[in-house]
Design a protein around this ligand. Structure first.
Ligand code: GDP
Length: 300
């Protein structure tokens, strides 16, 4: 009964529950990252609920057979490296897009290096298989020379052949993503004050500062007091990738938030505090420490 469920939820408060994977798409320029992200995005549940009126907030969540996957919507390495440079681990899984008519290229190698440095599992999407010049075998061969060996070639890297443009086998890609996520046993506490990462922040002349927050643990709620860097935010409005208002955001989901007075920096971590006073105290302390920084250096 509903009562029993309520009781159970209470009893398990604070325990880690499984959460959706957060995925970054990387690869060489023109190999199809943007196209892949766009085609997948059309499957976003939130987007279809709102009748397809979507807005880009920096991440979106798609669902396959009830399993959710969150994609960071910035192709290339920028997001990945910027976040990691700030010490933030955003991604659980990296999708490496390699065009089947081109094979491994310089940025493919960089992407492999990034994923390895971050110690996240790699899934290869061999893209553009619809093209005349597509040669998936050659692509596998060139990847194997980089030490990226397909699981059906005796290695441990899942590879799927897709066409991002023609929407071929993207279900296959999502399936492998779900499988990889399952094996990674991704977990987060849900019943807690939220914490996570600032993915993007922009300024809107009517709405003020808009920041996209990726919740990594806990649940972000409307009215919460969050701090990112030295910036305090009273969460006034939260919108999902369809532009619909949400009142709560659970682990591995991203929401665009209004309520920051000054724009936080992408890659900053945020966390929620119980009261406005607590949040302000944390932000003030950081500000004092930062302004003291140069003095400290002068003293050395
Ligand atoms: P990105 O630079 O990696 O983001 O690559 P884009 O997504 O911008 O794609 C580069 C070009 O390749 C565009 O002209 C796309 O239309 C095209 N493209 C992407 N995916 C496919 C595909 O699966 N098949 C074909 N034939 N073209 C594709």
């Amino acid at each position: 009964t509903a009562g029993d469920r309520g009781f159970l939820a209470e009893e398990h408060k604070g325990e880690a529950e499984s959460r959706p994977p957060v995925v970054t798409v990387m690869g060489h320029v023109d190999h199809g990252k943007t196209t892949l992200l766009d085609t997948l995005r059309k499957r976003s549940v939130a987007a279809s609920e709102a009748g397809g009126i979507t807005q880009r907030i920096g991440a979106y969540t798609v669902e396959l057979d009830g399993q959710k996957i969150t994609f960071i919507d910035t192709p290339g390495h920028e997001a990945f490296t910027a976040m990691r440079a700030r010490g933030a681990q955003v991604t659980d899984i990296a999708v490496l897009v390699v065009a089947a008519d081109d094979g491994v290229m310089p940025q493919t190698r960089e992407a492999i290096a990034h994923a390895r440095a971050a110690e996240v599992p790699i899934i290869v999407a061999i893209n553009k298989i619809d093209k005349d010049g597509a040669d998936p075998q050659m692509t596998r061969q060139s990847l194997s020379e980089e030490g990226v060996l397909a699981d059906d070639w005796g290695g441990d890297i899942p590879m799927v052949e897709v066409s991002a443009k023609q929407n071929i086998n993207l279900d296959g890609l999502l399936e492998i993503l779900n499988l990889t996520a399952e094996m990674s046993e991704l977990k987060a506490v849900r019943e807690d004050d939220a914490a996570g990462i600032v993915l993007e922040s922009t300024f809107d002349t009517t709405k003020g500062c808009l920041a996209t927050l990726l919740v990594q643990r806990g649940t972000l709620k409307k009215g919460d007091w969050a701090v990112a860097g030295c910036n305090v935010c009273r969460v006034r409005l939260m919108q999902n990738d369809a532009g619909g208002e949400v009142l709560e955001a659970s682990p591995s989901t991203a929401v665009q938030v209004t309520g920051f007075q000054d724009a936080p920096t992408a890659g900053d971590q945020f966390e929620v505090y119980k009261t406005a006073q607590e949040a302000r105290a944390v932000a003030d302390k950081r500000e004092r420490e930062m302004s003291r920084g140069p003095v400290g250096f002068a003293g050395l």
